[in-house]
Ligand binder design. Structure first.
Ligand SMILES: [Zn+2]
Ligand SMILES: [Zn+2]
Length: 268
């Protein structure tokens, strides 16, 4: 029985139009016990989306329809599969207050949520690090080196764990090694894992969980889970719960990467 804590929906501006029902039907076929729809929350109103297509977050006008649609399928599939209403909330350095405000607004409707870092702040601007290899390259040039991009990434993830975002702050940290998405084209610095032990200790201390995300497995320039197995093991060993996330943006992607992770780490 699979618990999937990270699934996207037709409300995603960069995903597919596959219906909630089509995700759920595939989840039932794959013997899922639980599915969390975790659409990208609207970005803070004063933040300008640096992704070239400006399509990173849900439009705030559709949030109500989003929650209503989930409530409907929740009822419809009751007894067959547990459906949770969630969001993937961005942690953006410098926008903590607006993010806390968003969480205060949507939090009461959330059963579950993921906190993720997709944007990094350089001295000049923000970069979306997982949009494309080209956008990653621009970030490397702006920060000065791959090393500096990694430093900024892990320091931002650390800040996301430490941040006070109010009582609805998500308890699960999304794809904590997303900076590795294009590592076959932009090799990671040799000692890229150096900040990991301290970061894991902090996550443990806060009582948070990790999104054990399968999406990187099928990305040709990545080929591993977020985080990779050795880090997942390390997290498990210090008692951090890991929750599988397919990060599906299409109904056929339900279950993606599951075969590439160590299911012992998630089932006890
Ligand atoms: Zn997405
Ligand atoms: Zn994400």
């Amino acid at each position: 029985m699979i618990i999937d804590g990270h699934v996207h929906t037709p409300f995603c501006p960069h995903g597919t139009t596959d219906t909630l029902k089509s995700y759920i039907e595939n989840a039932i076929l794959k013997n899922y016990q639980s599915i969390t729809f975790a659409e990208h929350a609207p970005l803070p109103p004063s933040f300008s989306d640096p992704a070239p297509d400006k399509d990173s977050g849900m439009d705030s006008n559709v949030v109500e329809a989003y929650f209503n649609a989930i409530t409907k399928v929740k009822e419809e599939y009751r007894g067959q599969i547990r459906v949770l209403a969630g969001m993937e909330v961005d942690f953006i350095e410098g926008y903590e207050e607006e993010t806390a405000h968003l969480l205060d607004t949507y939090g009461p409707q959330l059963d579950d949520a993921v906190l993720s870092v997709h944007f990094l702040k350089s001295s000049e601007r923000y970069h979306c690090i997982d949009f494309s290899p080209e956008a990653f390259d621009v970030a490397v040039k702006d920060f000065g080196s791959t090393q500096e991009v990694y430093d900024a990434y892990f320091s931002t993830v650390t800040k996301s764990v430490e941040a006070d975002l109010g009582k609805y702050k998500p308890k699960r940290i999304g794809h904590m090694s997303l900076v590795r998405k294009f590592h076959k084209q932009f090799p990671s610095p040799e000692e890229w894992t150096r900040p990991i032990p301290q970061l894991l200790r902090l996550i443990k201390q806060k009582g948070y969980e990790l999104d054990y995300n399968g999406a990187g497995m099928i990305k040709p320039l990545c080929g591993e889970t977020y985080p990779p197995l050795h880090i997942a093991n390390e997290a498990h060993n210090i008692g951090i719960p890991l929750v599988y996330g397919s990060d599906a943006h299409a109904s056929t992607a339900i279950g993606q990467g599951y075969d590439g992770l160590d299911s012992k780490l998630i089932n006890g």
